[in-house]
Design a protein around this ligand. Sequence first.
Ligand code: AMP
Length: 600
Amino acid sequence: MSTFKDLGLKSEIIQALTDLGYEKPTEIQEKAIPQVIASDQDLKAFAQTGTGKTAAFSLPILQKLDLDSNQVQAIILSPTRELAIQIARNIEEFSTHLKGFRVAAVYGGSDINGQIRSLNKGVQIVVGTPGRTVDLIKRRKLKLDSVKWLVLDEADEMLNMGFKDELDQVLQVTPDTKQTLLFSATFPKEVDRIARNYMNDPAQIDAGKRNSSTNNVSHEYYVVTDRNRYPALKRIADINPDIYGIIFCRTRRETQEVADKLIQDGYSADSLHGELSQAQRDMVMQKFRKKTLQILVATDVAARGLDVDSLTHVINYKLPDQVESYTHRSGRTGRANSTGISIAIVSPGERRKLGPIERIIGKKFVQMQVPDGKEICKKQLLKLVDKVNDFEVNESQISEYLPTIQEKLEGLDRDELIKRFVSIEFNSFLSYYENANDLNSTSKDRGRERETNGRQRNDENMSRFFINIGRKDKLNPARLIGLINEQNIAKNIEIGQIEILDTFSFFELDKNFESETLAAFTRDSDISFEGRGVNVEKTEKKRAGSGGGRKSSGGGRNHRGRSGDDEGRRSKPSGDSGSSKSFNKGGFGRDRNKGGRRGN
Ligand code: AMP
């Protein structure tokens, strides 16, 4: 294995890499750096996220740049704003000892004038998203006629995201003499077209097997029914108290829902998806990078460009449609010489999706059993004990209280003391997992899954809404159902629990129609009931049982209460909260309200 010095890099760059703690080049760096330093030949590189490809293309460019010129000499295109910022930040780090060097990042969703001002200062490298780059070229604020290097990073993603025209436009305005470096994790037809049309006899390098996952990642799967998917996720988090991971969901809505539930259940989690504002996304990413957050629930696109090395887990809450997306997801762990685990939670029917993935990654998934309550409690307990062991006591602060404490605890021996302290921290955890069910799917579940034909009628599939009218407005369940039906939300929409209170009420509807429900009630701002304007808002699900306030030391939980999935409390129907008293007073039995009612 060579060193960065062996690759021919100059001392200023090597110094920066040493400052960053890079000890030896990664495979892609070992292959690409000497090639680009030695030759002007175009380059096609198969490389995945997390392989160190940013340094692979930017170090040789930094090595060869003319630092005396203020012209843009390299343009690097990347699919997302986050990735562009990340690349520019990395380049800044690599160039700390290069005097007179400047890089600028240009991307959409941010003030263009500020970006123009940084370009006007004179920069040698521009990192940009395709749309903003073309915009700046058209405004004649970005001149690419002196460009010697064009880098297309994650070319497949740029094309997936619909940047074909923008890529063509940038490729056309850059000089023919430039060297084009194309990095892509996959080479579908469209990427090949770019390579064929715009590259001259490119050299080809391949860091590892195409599309394969790194050797540092192990792949595991759990089989559970759809209903148990979320409880299983929680157990996976609980059995891994030090988890630092990304949970991938397929849609923005699912992402938000899973994140909301985890937050409500006391985990240190947040969501990242395209519906959040840029400022919100930046904040979440910052918290995650700093590890203030242990769990990030994200869509594939939003998680791109989030550059974090030390992820312990990637969890596929639902598998993606495309095998390539799986390799992208799993490639976010096991990065830069560390190891990681990529987990797929699959329903019995989704199991068949694993085979095609195994063929591409060249590795087998290992089936795991969703841990039972006992295993989790043991793990969490040991974690707590380790925490006690490692905890640094602030002697000066505590010393003045010690005599009083000693006096009060005088009658308790060591064993008794230990038991009590541990119980304070741990009892709610134990009771949560007491009687916890086996969540692993059996062959029977498969049959049942087929029978129920997808959507099951249970609380997991319902969203709960607040409505600002109640008994005082002469509302009763039948009239509420009538009012819901009048809004024509969807045919045969399923209505769940209804709770009529004095001045307001709650109802549950099929969560697949959550946005339609909100839209229906806001579409016509004149909806009124007994002379009162009607307002409907989404609200939290009712909690199953009490259970809040559990403080645990791990599993990504941040010392908050939790809401109820029905883990470990089968005897109590979920949705049995304190408000049921007034609910029953309303004269509509809870059990009769549960399930089976249909609108329209
Ligand atoms: P990239 O694939 O460029 O996004 O890099 C993935 C991560 O690996 C980044 O956080 C880099 O800082 C880190 N990295 C890249 N090359 C090395 C290296 N040679 N040694 C250690 N870390 C590296």
